[in-house]
Write a protein that binds this ligand. Structure first.
Ligand SMILES: [Zn+2]
Length: 113
């Protein structure tokens, strides 16, 4: 399995770097055992999904070009009646596409060096 920009968990982990619950101080604390890159964020996203965290895309009506995610820890998600199973795949947003390309480019340069 590799990074999937259509998977909200992968996208949110990449974009936010850390998954912080929006309704309590909880942070998803997980350090993949691999170098930082797209697959590193993929590991974070998928582990959060397994642990029951809920991620949803948020549209900022004042800044529609800004990417934003709503993140809830399993406890708060249950409180709102949400579950990781409800999370849908999404079209790749331009912001995520851009970071992916930059990150893939950086990885290629690392290997070339
Ligand atoms: Zn929470």
């Amino acid at each position: 399995m590799a990074f999937n920009p259509r998977d909200l968990y992968d996208a949110a982990a990449l974009y936010d770097m850390w998954l912080n619950c929006q309704s309590c101080p909880k942070t998803f604390d997980f350090e993949p055992n691999r170098p930082i890159g797209l697959d590193y964020y993929h590991d974070i996203g998928q582990q959060a999904k397994r642990d029951g965290w809920v991620v949803a895309e948020q549209v900022d009506t004042e800044n529609p070009s800004e990417q934003s995610y709503m993140v809830l820890c399993p406890h708060c998600a249950a409180h709102y009646g949400l579950s990781a199973r409800d999370v849908q795949q999404c079209p790749v947003s331009p912001a995520i596409e851009e970071i992916c390309q930059a990150m893939a480019q950086a990885e290629r340069e690392q290997f070339a060096a």
